[in-house]
Ligand binder design. Structure first.
Ligand code: IMP
Length: 423
């Protein structure tokens, strides 16, 4: 199988991990290319639920190598916790988890800065408080530390000496917070550097050499296209590039080798945190979808905002990522709806548009133009073939395909591995 990218087409939580887990059986390597422990990738396997924040979602497939690429920001404490928890559950990652020496480190003060910024702004973005924005900011300010630095005690010590006074000045003067102690932070860094050292390597060479040797890679996206720092609903976005453009910069694999793009689209839409959401159902109906779909954050437990499928947004994401095929998730959650709606265009100040606007003020004011279709009452969680779906469900799938112009190749009808329809 050639290389493939699996990424989200909405605001995250599309159920990417279950498709990654499925497709991982067909590749040699799974590589995360961006984000950090803000992600919560859920895979249910033999009745056991696993939630991955930093370890790639291919880890449950024996023998597959899992790579945390240079574009990821790594909270060492969280990564170690995940490795230990997996081990305790019988999943060993030794020899098949590789962490880029170029990946930036999320330090405890990044989480403090994240929380302080959110507090100061009155929770403007509604981040996951995992230190993601501050860690990426420091990367671009060139005052970050990389995994390759914390495994070298003298380097970690020197960088800390150089960087901490500036960080402490910001914490104290801007946010009125206590300074971070250099000694305790150094202890933290050296301890995790030592624990994680055996996993840290030059994954850029590794991935390119494996490619040269004919091995295939699945690139795992975290968050999603509409949360992309460049193409998402800025400023209500994450601080990385979840869209396909991020694959190359986040792994070191040249763009021409990135391969097929599988876009994951949920049968309805959800969003967690702030920001415009044209098809949001603010009524009890939204609440009903939330309960039916178990729409609570895998990382933060926050209730997700719910609404109808937005074909305008989906077409935009398909265009940006060059999507080849769709993995359509959680179709079973819509069972029991009298009718289902899809936004096919927006109306703004009396004008109709099929474009997804860049301006968040415009996006928050557009009115979705809906197409309404009959729902289906039958339970579909045991269906394994497309032709066995209720007629209205098939019609819904075909209509979505037509509206976004890409074939729907996979349909998930439940969270278990086997609750999948492959067309
Ligand atoms: P941050 O990534 O923690 O900085 O949060 C920025 C925005 O992205 C917030 O609205 C978060 O709720 C959202 N976000 C971050 N990670 C995820 C995710 O994995 N799923 C869904 N939303 C996310």
């Amino acid at each position: 199988m050639p290389n493939v990218v699996v990424l989200g087409l909405q605001w995250g939580d599309e159920g990417k991990a279950r498709f990654i887990d499925y497709l991982a059986s067909e590749v040699d390597i799974v590589a995360r290319y961006q984000g950090g422990s803000n992600a919560g990738h859920t895979v249910v396997c033999d009745g056991q639920k696993f939630i991955f924040h930093l370890v790639p979602s291919g880890v449950l497939r024996p023998g597959k190598v899992n790579v945390v690429g240079n574009g990821v920001v790594i909270d060492p404490e969280e990564l170690m916790k995940e490795i230990d928890e997996l081990k305790a559950r019988g999943v060993s990652v030794n020899d098949r988890l590789l962490v880029s020496d170029r990946a930036q480190v999320v330090l405890p003060y990044h989480k403090r800065l994240d929380a302080a910024q959110e507090k100061k702004s009155g929770g403007k973005i509604g981040t996951t408080l995992r230190g993601i924005g501050p860690a990426y900011s420091h990367k671009y300010l060139r005052i970050g530390m990389r995994m390759g630095d914390i495994i070298r005690p003298a380097r970690a010590k020197a960088l800390l000496k150089e960087q901490l006074p500036g960080i402490n000045a910001v914490l104290k003067k801007i946010y009125g917070q206590k300074a971070v102690s250099e000694a305790s932070l150094l202890k933290f860094l050296l301890s995790y550097g030592k624990k994680l050292k055996s996993f840290v390597t030059d994954t850029t060479y590794y991935l390119n050499e494996q490619t040269e040797a004919g091995k295939s890679i699945l690139f795992e996206g975290a968050q999603a296209t509409l949360l992309d720092i460049d193409f998402g609903t800025y400023p209500y976005v994450t601080s990385s590039n979840p869209s396909a453009g991020g694959v190359s910069t986040g792994t070191g694999i040249p763009p021409k080798l990135v391969g097929r793009v599988t876009g994951v689209l949920k049968a309805y839409t959800t969003r967690v945190g702030s920001g415009p959401f044209p098809t949001e159902l603010k009524s009890a109906h939204g609440q009903q979808l939330r309960e039916a779909g178990g729409e609570y954050g895998a990382t933060t437990g926050r209730p997700r905002r719910c609404g109808w499928l937005d074909a305008v947004a989906a077409r935009y994401s398909v265009m940006l990522n060059g999507v080849d095929e769709i993995a359509f998730s959680k179709l079973d959650v819509l069972s029991g709806q009298k009718s289902v709606k899809i936004a096919v265009a927006y109306s703004y100040r009396g004008k109709i548009t099929d474009r997804f606007p860049a301006d968040p003020d415009v996006l928050s004011k557009v009115k979705p133009i809906y197409e309404e279709m009959p729902g289906w009452s039958n339970e579909i969680r045991n269906v394994r073939e497309f032709k066995a779906l209720p007629a209205s469900a098939k019609k819904y799938v075909r209509r979505v395909e037509k509206l976004i112009g890409v074939p729907i190749k996979f349909i998930s009808v439940g969270e278990q591995r086997e609750q999948l329809i492959v067309r």
